[in-house]
Ligand binder design. Sequence first.
Ligand code: AVW
Length: 283
Amino acid sequence: IVIVIIAVVLGLTLRQNKSEFKSTFLSRCEKFNQTDCQKVWDAFEQAYVNKDPCKVAVEAYDPLIVAAPFKPQCNRMMFWSKTKDVVHGFTEKRDCFVTLEDTLLGSVLDGLTWCGKEGSKGTFTTGCPGWSECENNPVRSFWRRISAAFADVACGDVTAMLSGSIDTPFNPTRKKAPAESGSGRGICCNRLEDSTKDMLWKTARDNNIFASIEVVRFQASRIKSLNVVMVLQQNAKSNCTDPSLKNLRQTLDTGITYSCKDVPESRIQECGAKPEIACGACW
Ligand code: AVW
């Protein structure tokens, strides 16, 4: 009897997870007009369903990009690194700029975790590998793939908000997490405590998407300038004079003009709160 109860509860939980995840996906998607959200879901799901959750390559999401391509929004595209909250606090109030998370694919999956399982048609939201537990996990491959697609269509004057609160605001180097070994699952994740997962997360956060995936795709034929906004909080550790930004200039495709401006975080918040300030006058 105990086994039957456990099986039923487990079955219900898994089913509930699946439908809750899918309904979040669909309801977020339906905010975008003229979108066949079921078609987008099908293209999304095929990337990871019935697969080992450590063997989902970045390319598995290619059909998703085909099903829901990014539209170039010249002069409004906003990239960021380590400034998520301030950037989105700004873009949700003002429509001068569009981040990846304001687009259809970015917004439907922002903040969610998912994976599949070999031999199952389901989508699971628990027991999935953490960001750095194995390289080819469904969540990380997804963000890498869609960030690349977003950067591929960037055009005109492009903006990037980088953080003055860290020593190296532009950091393409990638340190391996201790648990990250080959395509295997390292220390197995399901049994790890959240605090351990957090620790792994921190040791591997140099998997910088902006530096290693986006900047390298910026093409001079499409992009006129890259305008960096250094977000300065009190006791900032770096600003536009930081040597790592020299690295950024060198990485940029020749022909793309570079600029950098130090802007207090409070100014960005003020500009978000006051629509009477023209976008061009924010910083
Ligand atoms: P970020 P990026 N575990 O602030 O340059 C879980 O470092 O990488 O900026 N989630 C993670 C981890 C991790 N170890 N590392 C990163 N993330 C997730 C797309 C997490 O959601 C846009 F277009 C974190 O908030 C930006 O221009 C987010 O990735 C660019 O990529 C960003 O980490 C920012 O990527």
